[in-house]
Design a protein around this ligand. Structure first.
Ligand code: KIV
Ligand code: NA
Length: 265
């Protein structure tokens, strides 16, 4: 597989070929995911929950992210590697630049992701001006869990939906080249996927996004109490781990994941 460029993902969006993305935190799974055809690997700060046992992503440090990103980067050749900027590592444009320098320089990431809307426009502009591809993240923002008051669906009333719409447009204009939409109503995610030129990757955001992402441990049935919008692709299926990941990729491509029972709003 050739190295998967952002240009290729934008072309996939235009041609309505869905993009398969999963989180990944280590070299062994990185190789497995690449061999099963996953196009985008996200070193998510969900590693705070999944690997470190915290109740949120807030304790994850930039050093943690650099370490796991480097583990994944060493193992892959084709997939696009995105790494999360952790909590408060991008509160100013200067801090965002320095954090991205480490994630891309030492961590080998090819894109960085940050959570939030209008407060990030200067940072996104600056990163983008200096050659850093930026993935935005709207809807449920796990780094803001204490402000949001829990892990809940976002954008369910007209005013909240309008804020997400406006933030998405502003982020794209500021230079964001990809967008993760987490836990927003399927209709809103479908509308944004049509409205924006950048690829929109959904999680708990319905089937009509340009791509899907799940937390690896959830879709392998390894998490106790996995979210209702996720699916266990391993239990009861044959083909082992690679088969489970390949089944996820196939379901994303066919538009059969998420199905109606995994679309909550
Ligand atoms: O950290 C993470 O795993 C994420 C995905 C859920 C999008 O940000
Ligand atoms: Na994250």
């Amino acid at each position: 597989m050739d190295s998967i460029s952002l240009t290729r993902l934008v072309r996939m969006k235009r041609e309505r070929q869905r993009i398969a993305c999963l989180t990944c935190y280590d070299a062994t799974f990185a190789r497995l995911l690449e061999s099963a055809g996953v196009e985008v690997l996200l070193v998510g700060d969900s590693l705070g929950n999944v690997l470190q046992g915290h109740g949120s992503t807030l304790a994850v440090t930039l050093n943690d992210m650099v370490y796991h990103s480097a583990c994944v980067a060493r193992a892959i050749s084709a997939p696009l590697l995105i790494a999360d900027l952790p909590f408060l590592s991008y509160a100013t444009p200067a801090q965002a630049i320095e954090s991205a320098r480490r994630l891309m320089g030492e961590g080998g990431a090819r894109m960085v992701k940050l959570e939030g809307g209008s407060q990030l426009l200067d940072a996104v502009r600056r990163l983008s001006d200096f050659g850093v591809p930026v993935c935005a993240h709207l809807g449920l923002l796990p780094q803001s869990v204490h402000r949001l008051g829990g892990y809940r669906y976002q954008g369910r009333d007209a005013e909240a939906a309008e804020r997400i719409r406006a933030d998405a447009l502003a982020l794209e204009q500021a230079g964001a080249t990809m967008l993760v939409l987490e836990c927003v109503p399927a209709l809103l995610a479908a509308e944004l996927s049509q409205m924006l030129s950048l690829p929109v990757i959904g999680i708990g955001a319905g089937a009509d996004c340009d791509g899907q992402v799940l937390v690896l441990h959830d879709m392998l049935g390894a998490s106790v109490g996995q979210p209702r919008f996720s699916r266990d692709f391993l239990t009861g299926h044959s083909g082992g781990l690679r088969g489970a990941v390949a089944a996820y990729v196939a379901a994303v491509k066919a538009g059969s994941f998420p199905g109606s029972e995994e679309i909550l709003f």
